[in-house]
Design a protein around this ligand. Structure first.
Ligand code: GLN
Length: 483
């Protein structure tokens, strides 16, 4: 039963092959048995899950239907969940029980999902390896000595290991797409403003966006349908109608114009990944797509711009964690300054502290123009590059990451080495565009992802292309040994 996708679960529940309660029990037992190897959950919410599963079964028995009614999922532990610990992977929030549900959590619960738990993540979503979590590193089910990617690494590892069919994640610079690529999943970062950020603990507010992680594009469509939509409580939420994502999955790719940026195939890309990306292009050509080389000339500036803007916003967002209002407070402070200093010094891990310092520096008088303002100008140039490219092509295709999953600890002494892994993903966040990663093959037994980018609000197009690709390839069906 644990191999079923969301779409298959919906059919099984509708046909009364099993109940949500039965399925939920099977998955909870699997989590108890297998998660100690992976560490993909921070909290397992067994009681809530069983109560939601029973309620979903009652709703179905009363004639209700819906693709998510009775579907087991989990939330990245930065979505606020009423009365349940919402830690953000940090000691700072280890004791924080949210007083309300995030909009995404509330919408999915209303659609009938069953919350199995809260998944592990890099502390405050800062990272690409899920090694900065206060709750310990997450392991990649494809090779337990390797990282699963981050920062949504717990969601990715859990879904890849078939502990559950799908989970939520968030993506500020790649944190849905990169772990999806490194664990053989399909992951979608929606257009900025498509999914409400209300109740999502902020890292970099102008870049953060929630989205689905699942094994197939079809399942991402189902989960996104439950997450997307205007939310008056989020001032950056966009009031655009939500299309039926499942309805557009079967559109033909005949004549689809795919742009492949020449800058993507530079020295930093593992040549074996380059070959798999070229193979995926050929596969899409067979389905009728037309391929064209394009250029994104300002891409080389994306990492420096992102690593100014994201820490700048983080330094502001994380100032609320002061030992007074939320979370961790140091023992016996001698005065207010001591309280602030020690609560933040003891509550935040080293990567979070590094980013707060970088961000505060970039925003300080005298450096603001040189760093922050300059980075914002680069951000505009990157957006302009995409707008020019989308005049010529319908989607942009390339690798999701320059390398497959690295060994645990391999980049710990050099944070910049990890930052460089974000080279293909962060541009979509800087421009606010939707992006998807899907499985495209393996290198040394480790999964490789291909990334698709589309114009604003064309999540349906991304899911359509990925679904057609998945109807004609079987990379996404491969299961890691032992799971
Ligand atoms: N790896 C990037 C960072 O560390 C992106 C993280 C994310 O998308 N949350 O900032």
């Amino acid at each position: 039963m644990h191999q079923l996708t969301l779409a298959e679960i919906a059919r099984g529940l509708a046909d009364k092959k099993f109940s949500s309660e039965e399925l939920t029990k099977v998955l909870l037992a699997r989590i108890a048995q297998l998660d100690p190897q992976l560490n993909s959950f921070i909290s397992v919410t067994e009681d809530l899950a069983l109560q939601q599963a029973k309620a979903a079964d009652v709703r179905r028995a009363n004639g209700e239907s819906g693709a998510l009614l009775g579907a087991p999922i989990a939330h990245k532990d930065l979505f606020c969940t009423l009365g349940i610990r919402t830690s953000c992977g940090s000691k700072m929030l280890d004791n924080f029980k949210a007083p309300y549900d995030a909009t995404v959590v509330a919408k999915l619960a209303a659609a009938g999902t069953v919350t199995l738990g809260k998944t592990n993540m890099d502390e405050f979503a800062m990272g690409s390896a899920n090694e900065s979590s206060y709750y310990g590193a997450v392991k990649n089910p494809w090779n337990l000595e390797h990282v699963p990617g981050g920062s949504s690494g717990g969601s990715a590892a859990a879904v890849a290991a078939r502990l559950l069919p799908a989970a939520t994640g968030t993506d500020t610079g790649g944190s849905i797409r990169q772990p999806a690529a490194l664990t053989n999943l399909t992951g979608l970062k929606p257009t900025y403003g498509r999914v409400s950020r209300w109740g999502m603990i902020a890292y970099a507010s102008s870049l953060d966006q929630g989205g689905p992680l699942a094994r197939t594009a079809e399942d991402c469509a189902i989960l996104l349908q439950g997450m997307a939509g205007f939310d008056p409580q989020d001032s950056t939420s966009i009031d655009e109608p939500v299309p039926d994502y499942s309805a557009s999955l079967n559109g033909s790719l005949q004549g689809l114009r795919i742009g492949v940026p020449k800058e993507y195939f530079s020295a930093g890309l593992d040549p074996r990944i380059a070959e798999l990306i070229h193979n995926s292009v050929k596969e899409l050509e067979k389905l009728g797509a037309v391929v064209k080389e394009i250029s994104l000339p300002n891409m080389q500036h994306a990492i420096p711009a992102y690593y100014v803007i994201a820490p700048a916003e983080a330094s502001s967002n994380l100032s609320r964690f002061d030992g007074v209002r939320f979370g961790y407070r140091c023992e016996d402070p001698k005065d207010l300054t001591d309280l602030y200093k020690r609560s933040r010094g003891e509550g935040f891990g080293p990567e979070v502290q590094r980013r707060i310092m970088v961000g505060a520096y970039a925003l300080s008088a005298g450096y603001y123009d040189a760093y922050y303002l300059k980075a914002q100008k680069i951000r505009r140039l990157i957006k302009n590059d995409f707008m020019a490219a989308f005049n010529e092509v319908d989607i942009i295709l390339g690798p999701t990451t320059p390398n497959p999953a690295w060994k645990l600890g391999a980049k710990n002494s050099d944070p910049v080495a990890a930052y460089l892994e974000d080279v293909y993903t962060i541009t979509a966040n800087l421009a606010g565009l939707p992006g998807l990663s899907m499985p495209a093959g393996f290198v040394d037994g480790l999964p490789v992802g291909v990334q698709l980018l589309a114009p604003y609000f064309q999540e349906g197009r991304l899911l359509n292309v990925a679904h057609q690709y998945q109807l004609n390839t079987d990379w996404h069906t491969r299961t890691p040994t032992g799971f």
